[in-house]
Design a binder for this molecule. Structure first.
Ligand code: KG4
Ligand code: ZN
Length: 340
């Protein structure tokens, strides 16, 4: 009988310390996530030094809880992109465990993880993505559009030039005195607001696949400067609509250009209900299938890192090519293809 690989994934790129055990690329035995939100809340954003300290304090406990006494074949960790201190903690923990258990160590691109998270449903991973597809990876640190031909086969079409979409939500929340992380707070306020109340810009940047959300954030700050008693729900609803229109419009333009029939959306902002509904409706009207990451796996977690590692191992074994293991940490790591 073929051996079912046991992979321990480790994630520490930003403000979640997480470890997950994945068996046979399918069965998610554990996915322990320690969120540092409480530590960063009063600063309205992630403070790198606090994040590193919290990762260092929690990582051993999180790994222990995720792994227990289970046998292990590989250790995988997110080697970038991310905050240098957090990446360092993840690497040291992963390498120590791998050497202690005498198993190989694999580095995984965190953003690839966000895409692979779309393959999970509950505690099971299956090949749900339908290639070729356009992927929208949208989080607090990144907003990227990729043309994806298969697992490990990417062409990055565009990234954000400045703020990521999640970062714009967080900064607008801060301007409005709402709590961190801003995405869920802004969405909650938006429920009772009018989406057409304020004509915020849609930064479409025609002719490029890039994004830019800092101007939109500035438009909100000017609006607040010029209105003594703004209607907060209206500001939130109009801002959220502008972000969602921009993300959906650009994704659908890429779908048309690259003639694909499928879209995948991953990352923290993929939890946004308006984004989910709007993408589903507008893509659905064109006969395009959309796979969203499940909400509970949309923010940072180690299950997605373990699954990305599994796909890499599988590819290396099937192709006879060496595993591209990427174990050097790189805070600015770009997505690179490793498969066909
Ligand atoms: O993927 P993630 O956990 O961390 C990064 O890799 O950055 O994403 C966190 C980001 C935060 O900016 C947060 O405000 C945003 O995702 N977010 C949302 C929602 N839930 C989380 N943004 C909009 N709507 C949401 N419901
Ligand atoms: Zn992330």
């Amino acid at each position: 009988m073929k051996k079912e690989l046991a992979i321990l994934g480790i994630e520490s790129t930003c403000d979640e310390t997480s470890a997950a055990l994945l068996i046979g690329g399918r069965e998610l035995v554990s996915n322990v996530i320690y969120s540092q939100i409480e530590e960063h809340k009063k600063y309205h954003g992630v403070v790198p030094e606090l994040a590193s300290r919290a990762h260092a304090a929690k990582i051993a406990t999180v790994i222990n809880e995720a792994l227990g006494n289970h046998p292990l074949d590989y250790v995988a960790f997110a080697s970038g992109p991310g905050l240098p201190g957090g990446l360092m903690v993840g690497r040291v923990a992963a390498q120590t465990l791998a050497e202690f258990k005498q198993v190989p160590l694999i580095g995984v691109n965190h953003l690839e993880g966000h895409l692979f998270a779309c393959d999970f449903e509950g505690t099971t991973a299956q090949e749900r993505l339908q290639f070729p597809l356009i992927a929208l990876v949208v989080s607090g640190g990144h907003t990227e559009l990729w043309y994806v031909k298969g697992y490990g086969n990417y062409k990055v079409l565009g990234r954000t030039r400045d703020d990521a979409a999640g970062e714009a939500f967080d900064k607008v929340a801060k301007l409005l005195g709402l709590a961190y992380p801003g995405g869920p707070q802004v969405s909650k306020q938006a429920l009772s607001g009018r989406r057409d109340a304020i004509a915020f810009p849609r930064p479409l940047l025609p002719g490029t696949w890039e994004f830019s959300f800092s101007g939109l954030k500035t438009a909100v700050s000017y609006y607040l400067r010029d209105h003594q008693t703004p209607n907060i729900p209206d500001v939130c609803a109009s801002f959220e609509q502008a972000v969602v229109d921009t993300l959906v419009t650009k994704t659908l333009l890429a779908v048309t250009k690259y003639k694909v029939k499928s879209i995948a959306v991953g990352g923290g902002v993929a939890a946004n209900t308006l984004l989910r509904e709007t993408m589903q409706a507008r893509a659905g009207a064109k006969g395009i299938n959309v796979r969203f990451v499940e909400r509970k796996l949309s923010s940072d977690n180690a299950a997605m890192i373990a699954l990305a590692a599994y796909k890499k191992i599988q590819y290396a074994q099937a192709s006879g090519k060496p595993l591209k293991d990427n174990i050097n940490i790189d805070p600015n790591m770009k997505v690179r293809s490793w498969g066909k």
